[in-house]
Design a protein around this ligand. Structure first.
Ligand code: G3P
Ligand code: MG
Length: 375
């Protein structure tokens, strides 16, 4: 507040009363509120959050009841009346970031801006330029939804396993394309294309077809049907989510993209005796946590927040959320609303704290930082 504004408030309040005492009192009042405004406890502690989604904020399509409370605390419903920075960091995906934020905002009843949302394949945007002019295979998700997402990241020649099956149904004779799938096809002659990279963005809908097509592409050096690899440059293989299991609205965790990767590797090993080399993104990888930290920093910069905040990761999966946060030097909180069940005993990756749900996690973290601030 400018000194000009400060002195005008003081003068204005004294016009009504008769002497120096009144002036002194209002100046004192002003000083106290200024001291309070600039004293540490007037500002929220330097804290920020990264929230996992499945098993923390939602299960399947259903919001977890504590989610709205947790996010409203951070959106200003707190003793400081101030917004506390947070991002959503999920191994989920399957649609574009904008589309997912639209859906989440509706499910959670809280506006989720896209610059606060990171999903499993968002990081691929940072490497797309390397493959921009080469044919690539993008797997997972429904029909060709992820083709458009990949084109949005900068890939120009994006194909999927349904395109391959439409080109030659004998690639996998056990699936007839549905009318919806047929409508999503991009025609190509794969005997004339050299696929440079395979990107598994999200959980494949047809594991068998995708395992077959991945092996065909890799073992032929990129040209399906060309028989065993002749070319020197192997096909790059990238997986975006290592989760073996995740928590949906089914009472017991479901297989995730990591289970698909292991199934593919098992078949590939039976074929070649070897494991297929690949790049892994998604939590707990260092690449994804570094990417998320940069996004948090941008958020703080945009808020002119110069203090170095503690980052609290709130997650339901010890293997991805807690392992990654611990390795990144963040604080980690494991909630009991998702994959991890406390009856299983101590988790393999030990969090800084366990909480029954995300609201309790937020309150515990704020309490920690406030105590730290007072000390
Ligand atoms: O497919 C998504 C799943 O693997 C986990 O998502 O939000 O718990 O990281 P999330
Ligand atoms: Mg989760």
């Amino acid at each position: 507040m400018s000194s000009l504004l400060r002195s005008s408030i003081a003068t204005r309040s004294c016009r009504t009363s008769s002497n120096a005492l009144c002036l002194r009192r209002s100046t004192l009042l002003l000083e106290r509120s200024t001291r309070r405004r600039h004293s540490p406890s007037a500002l929220p502690p330097p804290i920020s959050f990264a929230f996992d989604i499945d098993g923390v904020l939602i299960r399947g399509e259903e919001p977890i009841p504590a989610a709205r409370k947790a996010l409203s605390i951070l959106d200003g419903d707190n003793e400081w009346g101030m917004k506390i920075p947070y991002i959503l960091l999920t191994n989920g995906g399957g649609v574009g970031e904008e589309e997912r934020c639209r859906r989440l905002s509706k499910q959670l009843g809280v506006q989720i801006p896209v610059d606060r949302y990171i999903q499993a394949h968002t990081i691929i945007r940072s490497i797309a330029s390397k493959y921009a002019d080469h044919p690539v295979l993008v797997l997972g998700g429904r029909n060709d939804v992820l083709r458009k997402v990949a084109e949005n990241y900068g890939f120009k020649h994006v194909y999927n396993s349904l395109d391959v099956l439409a080109w030659n149904p004998s690639v996998w004779p056990f699936h007839d394309l549905t009318p919806e799938e047929k409508a999503s096809i991009k025609g190509a002659d794969f005997s004339k294309l050299k696929i440079a990279g395979i990107f598994v963005f999200h959980d494949p809908r047809n594991w068998a077809l995708d395992v077959q097509v991945m092996c065909d592409v890799i073992l032929s050096g990129g040209t399906i049907g060309a028989g065993h690899a002749t070319s020197s440059s192997p096909v790059d293989v990238v997986f975006c989510n290592p989760d073996l299991i995740w928590r949906s609205d089914f009472p017991v965790p479901r297989f995730g993209q990591g289970a698909f990767r292991d199934a593919f590797q098992a078949v590939y090993k039976s074929m070649t005796g070897m494991t297929c080399n690949y790049t892994q993104y998604g939590k707990p990888t260092e690449a994804t946590y570094t990417f998320a930290e940069a996004a948090l920093k941008d958020l703080l910069l945009a808020r002119h927040e110069s203090r170095q905040p503690s980052v609290y990761m709130v997650g339901d999966n010890p293997e991805s959320d807690i392992a990654g946060a611990n390795a990144a030097g963040w604080k980690s909180i494991l909630v009991h609303t998702g994959v991890y069940d406390p009856r299983q005993g101590q988790p393999k990756h030990v969090p800084n704290h366990q909480a029954k749900d995300v609201a309790e996690a937020v309150q515990w973290a704020l309490g920690q930082e406030m105590r730290g601030q007072r000390a």
